[in-house]
Design a binder for this molecule. Structure first.
Ligand code: SF4
Length: 518
């Protein structure tokens, strides 16, 4: 007799067998993030190997190659939705599109998200591509749009829906097709780069082919510095103020807000990779012959080094650089002195600005033993990583949620800044915590405005330790994980079911391993 623990007799019912379906294993509507392996293999077979290889090179994976946060396509979707006169169309499973649309509107998108639905038949017969083509033809109205962005999510990418075969332009409306599968793009940050890179590529070719539209606000007389990365709105202005004594101006911020800004962004003297993960966008700037600088003007040391780097990139005299440094560095020092931060802080996030924030906190006086970022290591964050390492900080690129939680638990900080699950875990332990995205990214970081801007929120959170302890004590004993909540009796925990299930999972794992060897 088997010692397997079962709920009912369903396991004994004979399985109906039949001829194997030809489409078995093929991507289908409703396949989700968990089917990453199958979908990647299918995509490679379906002709997407080249694009996946490029993504693998641009966005190196490991240890966390599976999105641990939101669907990565949210990054590119958001970039498209924030642009004027740009329409966004998704092609993917209805559940994915529902989630992405929901999150977009939660974050205040004021534009509709287009969707071309499909089913197994339209997917395998190629009709889905015809439907997408028909919908872009219908939408391509130059009075309404400069461009239409069509995005293949996981299932259409795995099925090889060939967006590259869409017309490049219809009635003067540009058509940009991109594949943004969760199995090729590790984070939503890097998905922003996929679209920014594709648009810059398009705009660069247009500019090479002939005259293009001037920016709405006119052409800047001074040489400009294009800024790469979504920032707090005051940051580009602060950067502009710091560039002015050197006779330079801040150019557009990429990802741009309208199509013609792309031309102005390419028409710069140099590019500042404020966020370091825009690999595809940087490739376009380099193809246009623009020098690219890493790091950002954060804190005293960061601003001094960054201004010197700008001087080198534009070939300015040391006097000009010194004028800018003398105008701003004392104010930065003063701002730090006025708003000190005392305490131990662990920091993690997926925005790409984690290293910059850590620099600011350290210069404010905080002890920061650990910084985790979901983004990969790139040449554009090397100076920040070096500066932090010299101060004893452990910097973990491509940090997984497990890395971030383990650091928070082991280092017992006075404050944990992190993503939602890290903050949740910290709260359970009674550790004060702040969401990186909502509370830290939504503040100025650059120059004198950034120095000291974090102190208020960080110190207020650390001052809440007593409150967090009282809350933890209050909730003590209500259970955790699957036994959390209010129970009439004791939670019905079946250790025997768990042990059996664990054995099954281990068996599956061993079988998968053996399969790999074959
Ligand atoms: S599109 Fe996003 S939500 Fe849908 S399966 Fe892919 S990663 Fe998951």
């Amino acid at each position: 007799m088997s010692d397997e623990v079962t709920y009912d007799g369903a396991s004994g019912v004979p399985v109906i067998t039949g001829p194997a379906a030809e489409s078995a294993g093929a991507p289908q509507e409703g396949m989700g993030c968990h089917a990453k392996g199958e979908m990647e293999a299918a995509a490679r077979k379906a002709g997407a190997a080249e694009v996946l290889d490029r993504y693998a090179e641009d966005y190196p994976k490991g240890p966390h190659d599976q999105p641990q946060s939101m669907c990565p396509a949210f990054g590119s979707l958001r970039v498209g939705l924030r642009m004027k006169r740009v329409a966004t169309v998704l092609s993917g499973s209805a559940c994915c599109v529902y989630g992405l649309t929901f999150v977009s509107h939660f974050y205040g998108a004021r534009r509709s998200v287009g969707y071309v639905p499909f089913n197994s038949e339209t997917l395998v017969t190629g009709k889905l591509f015809e439907d997408i083509r028909e919908s872009v033809h219908e939408m391509a109205d130059p009075a309404r749009f400069d461009a239409i962005v069509v995005t293949n999510l996981c299932v259409p990418t795995a099925s090889g829906v060939p967006l590259r075969l869409l017309p490049k332009e219809i009635n003067g409306v540009r058509i940009v097709g991109i594949d943004v599968p969760g199995f090729g793009i590790p984070t939503h940050a890097e998905a922003k780069d996929v679209l920014a890179g594709a648009m810059l590529n398009y705009a660069r070719k247009e500019a090479e082919a002939g005259p293009v539209a001037a920016p709405e606000g006119g052409v800047e007389d001074r040489p400009t510095l294009t800024l790469l990365g979504e920032m707090f709105p005051a940051d580009p202005m602060m950067i502009g103020a710091m560039l002015a004594p050197m006779g330079l101006a801040a150019g557009p911020v990429v990802p741009c807000r309208e199509w013609r800004e792309l031309y102005a962004a390419l028409d710069c003297g140099a590019v500042a990779a404020i966020h370091p993960f825009y690999t595809a966008a940087i490739r376009e700037f380099e193809a246009a012959g623009r020098p690219v600088l890493g790091s950002a003007p954060v804190g005293h040391d960061g601003t001094a080094a960054w201004l010197a780097g700008i001087g080198d990139a534009f070939g300015l005299s040391p006097d000009k650089v010194a004028t800018a440094q003398n105008a701003f560095l004392p104010a930065i020092r003063e701002a730090f002195d006025k708003a000190p931060v005392k305490g131990r802080i662990t920091l993690s996030g997926y925005e790409g600005s984690e290293l910059l924030v850590a620099r600011l906190l350290i210069e404010s006086g905080a002890e920061v033993p650990y910084v985790g970022t979901a983004c990969p290591k790139t040449p554009w964050s090397a100076a920040d990583a070096e500066w932090l390492a010299a101060r004893g900080v452990t910097v973990k690129f491509r940090a997984s949620l497990e890395d971030d939680c383990a650091a928070m638990e082991a280092l017992e900080p006075d404050l944990a800044i992190g993503t939602t699950p890290v903050v949740q875990k910290a709260k359970e332990r009674g550790t004060p915590s702040l969401y990186f995205t909502n509370l830290i990214s939504a503040r100025p970081l650059m120059g004198p405005a950034g120095a000291g801007s974090l102190a208020e929120v960080v110190n207020a959170a650390m001052g809440n330790k007593g409150r967090m302890d009282r809350m933890r004590d209050f909730f003590e004993g209500v259970g955790t994980g699957d036994s959390a909540g209010v129970w009439e009796g004791d939670p019905n925990i079946r250790e025997d079911f768990r042990a059996t299930n664990l054995k099954k999972l281990e068996k599956q794992k061993r079988a998968a391993k053996a399969q790999e060897m074959i």
